[in-house]
Design a protein around this ligand. Structure first.
Ligand code: NAP
Length: 337
């Protein structure tokens, strides 16, 4: 590969882009001044829960505040949050050659479609990042959980196959899927924990060890699964248990859950969902791309998704409250107690 462009150098962009550069591919990072300043000062350091600790010196980083004119990357990674998709897609369309492949490494279901509708001259692929990445310090990004990247592409797609080979050199698996929708919905079900985690005010592990929060998560997932069944949409299994059996596990007493879900609980003690950081910093969250997507699925079936609708409203009302919910308060707010 001659070059990859990361659009939106944040947690996912710096981690996946950094791995790509460590695999020997030149990477250009487009990001905000705050992030770029950290990278210029400290270089890029990547660590993970399995002991990876690699650094790229600042002098070897290609950093830009907008997509550089004249660049012809083999592949672009779109790594902005959902609310920034249309603007970033437009900016890419203004500089990249027609047909340039772009992978949306974003959560939710509709980002690649939105980008395609905004900028149809580029070749959009849906993607999925299964693991959690956190910025531990300026320029330092840490992967706190595991799993393989996934992208919608045919097995003979040249750009994706080349990236797959490059990532394999650095130990990162990339799976290509003819249809990514089941994987995206499988990931969305798991991401329904993001608003629960954000409103709990606790690290992920602590939150999951409280049965009340797990009951809220199970109820949100069950509502989504019932709608997906009604819509005949298959859901990929991304955890050790199939989605329906996961509901039962989440609802178990914590003692049982702790034993049975040891793998799921293999999360760094301090890891939080990035939605928690968004709330803390007063930024727009991605709750509409998660709970909002379940509500839209319900509407398409002329049904309702009251729990996901309420969860979305609670997250959006955070600026008026600014106080974490205890498990009982959250159960009550969703009429689940
Ligand atoms: N972090 C994770 O663990 C994780 C895991 C799986 C999937 N994801 C998904 O991956 C996507 C990215 O998440 P993230 O956590 O990496 O977000 P992030 O840390 O906020 O990174 C995105 C960065 O892109 C910047 N940006 C937005 N528009 C831009 C533009 N036009 N030009 C240049 N930079 C721009 C953002 O700046 P502003 O803040 O100023 O907009 C931000 O610095 C989301 O859809 C998320 O759900 C995240």
């Amino acid at each position: 590969m001659t070059g990859v462009l990361v659009m939106g150098a944040g947690s996912v962009g710096c981690y996946v882009g950094g791995l790509t550069q460590l695999a020997g591919v030149p990477v250009h990072f487009v990001g905000r001044p705050r992030v770029l300043a950290g990278l210029r000062r400290n270089g890029l350091r990547l660590t993970d829960q399995d002991g990876l600790d690699r650094s790229i010196p600042a002098l070897e980083l290609r950093l830009h505040d907008e997509p550089p004119a004249g660049l012809r990357p083999d592949l672009v990674l779109l790594c902005v949050k959902s609310g920034a998709t249309a603007e970033a897609a437009t900016a890419l369309g203004l500089t990249l050659p027609q047909g340039t492949p772009v992978v949306s490494l974003q959560n939710g279901i509709g980002n690649a479609d939105l980008a395609r509708a905004t900028t149809p001259q580029l070749h959009w692929h849906a993607g999925m990042v299964p693991f959690n990445v956190a910025e531990l310090a300026p320029g330092h990004y840490h992967r706190g959980t595991g799993g393989a990247l996934a992208v919608e592409a045919s097995a003979d797609d040249t750009a994706l196959a080349a990236w797959q080979t490059a990532l394999a050199r650095i130990g990162m698996r990339l799976d290509l899927h003819a249809n990514l929708a089941p994987v995206q919905w499988g990931k969305l079900l798991l991401n329904l924990n993001n608003p629960v985690n954000a409103l709990s005010g606790r690290p992920l592990r602590d939150e999951l060890l409280q049965r009340g929060y797990r009951r809220v998560l199970a109820a949100l997932q069950e509502e989504a699964l019932d709608l997906l069944d009604a819509a005949h949409r298959p859901v990929a299994q991304l955890t050790a248990l199939p989605p329906r059996r996961l509901l039962a596990l989440l609802r178990m007493p914590t003692l049982v859950f702790r034993l049975a879900a040891a793998r799921m609980l293999r999360i760094d003690a301090k890891a939080r969902s990035s939605m928690a950081d968004d709330l803390a910093q007063g930024r727009t969250t991605e709750v509409d791309a998660l709970c909002g997507e379940v509500v839209r699925l319900a509407e398409s079936l002329h049904r309702a998704a009251p729990l996901n609708a309420r969860m979305k409203a609670l997250v959006q009302a955070w600026p008026q409250r600014r106080q974490a919910y205890s498990p009982d308060e959250l159960l009550q707010a969703l009429n689940l107690s």
